[in-house]
Design a binder for this molecule. Structure first.
Ligand code: PMP
Length: 393
């Protein structure tokens, strides 16, 4: 009854299926390939301790005080530097600090989307972005992906027949697909955005977790090269390279969007926790981030290799997957049409969980797909997980 009192936009909002699944993954003896969480054994205890001590001794007053909605100025500068290293030339002034990329997406949805506006996403795409855009009452449409990421030709066919407001994309080591948009398609995409004047929301949590020596320039850098920087918004985060519990991410926004984004940030939570921002800033001052990223990258790459080899050997005849070049996820498809949502009950009984692929689609889900995260399990657990998947067939 009282559900009627809820705003209509909220009535269909559901708890993320992944969060529900994570409950099972906590059961004793269950090996979880489900959660998209970083490996906590790799958190830099010593570095975070140094940062915490520095915050308490050097910034005691301001760390516990209100701050600016745009974020702590020195942290904005330091993030500007990180962006420059990724190929995005920006000033501290273009950076707005958020409480993680999830909040960046929420703010952008509220800044950009009128009910009914079309937002195009990859198929499959990040589940929590689907939730954000649905809540903003966007009309969601999807474009397929292959080993080179979003099929930009399909997008072109779509934008040539209807007006769209934005494309949301995770171009590098995507979640859930693990795919990376090729250099050619990056150029094509920013050119399309220029020609048809739509916004690109570039979500980049994973690009530092690169298993290869290839360099993937952000869409924002490609856009600048052709004078289309006004149409690209970039978000990234410390969640996967430092620690998600700090809840510190950021946006790089073009001038026309800045005031709206800062005002929305203000109405949401005034500003990101000053304590977290200062911890992050002091951590960056230690100079340990590059080493930390290298450690995470090497550990994840090695786990990926163990897992992929095992999967190929044991399930290669029924399961197909693109090899990710980085990130945290392996996306696979059963070529015998197995419904992974139904199958999950069986694998859970055998002590292993994953996320069925159907949750990552805004329409026409492929029920024979699944997402597996390999970064928190040990090598032995990864091998055992594959064995348990196999006996569940
Ligand atoms: N975007 C993508 C593609 C993600 O995978 C995640 C984390 N799972 C986020 C955004 C949210 O990250 P944050 O912790 O910075 O809010």
């Amino acid at each position: 009854m009282s559900k009627n009192k809820l705003a209509s936009s909220v009535q269909s909002l559901q708890s993320s299926a992944i969060r529900e699944l994570l409950k099972h993954s906590k059961m004793p003896g269950v090996i979880s390939l489900g959660g998209g969480i970083p490996n906590p054994d790799l958190f830099d205890h010593e570095g975070l301790q140094i940062a915490a001590d520095a915050v308490l001794s050097r910034h005691f007053g301001e760390a516990f005080q209100y701050g600016l909605s745009e974020g702590y100025p020195e942290l904005r500068s330091a993030i500007g530097q990180i962006c420059a290293e990724r190929g995005i030339a920006c000033q501290a002034d273009d950076v707005v600090i958020t409480s993680g990329s999830q909040q960046s997406l929420d703010i952008l949805a509220r800044a950009l989307i009128n009910p009914g506006d079309t937002v195009v996403v990859e198929s499959p795409t990040y589940l929590a972005a689907l939730q954000v855009f649905s809540l903003a009452q966007a009309n969601l449409e999807s474009v397929g992906t292959d080993g080179e990421g979003m099929k930009v030709d399909e997008l072109e066919a779509l934008v040539s027949r209807k007006t769209i407001k934005a494309v949301y994309i995770v171009p590098t080591f995507g979640n859930p697909g693990g795919v990376t948009l090729s250099e050619n398609r990056r150029k094509q995409l920013v050119e399309l955005s220029k020609r048809y004047d739509f916004v690109i929301i570039e979500d980049d949590p994973y690009s530092e977790i690169n298993y290869t020596s290839d360099v993937f320039r952000p869409l924002m850098a490609h856009a600048k090269a052709i004078g289309n920087e006004e149409n690209v918004v970039y978000t990234s985060t410390f969640s996967k390279i430092l620690a998600p519990g700090t809840r510190v991410g950021w946006l790089v926004v073009p001038e026309w969007l800045k005031r709206a984004v800062v005002n929305l940030k203000q109405t949401t939570d005034l500003h990101t926790s000053t304590l977290s921002q200062l911890m992050t800033f002091e951590y960056l001052q230690t100079g340990r981030l590059a080493g930390q990223i290298a450690l995470i990258r090497d550990a994840y790459r090695q786990k990926y290799q163990t897992f992929a080899t095992e999967l190929e050997n044991e399930l290669g005849d029924v399961l197909t997957f693109h090899k990710p070049k980085g990130g945290m996820f392996l996306w696979a498809k059963f070529n015998n049409g197995l419904n992974t949502t139904e199958w999950l009950a069986k694998t859970l009984a055998n002590g292993v969980v994953f996320v069925p692929g159907e949750f990552f689609y805004c329409s026409n889900p492929d029920h024979s797909t699944l997402r597996m995260s390999f970064v928190t399990a040990t090598d032995e657990q990864l091998k055992e997980a594959v064995r348990r998947l196999k006996i569940s067939l």
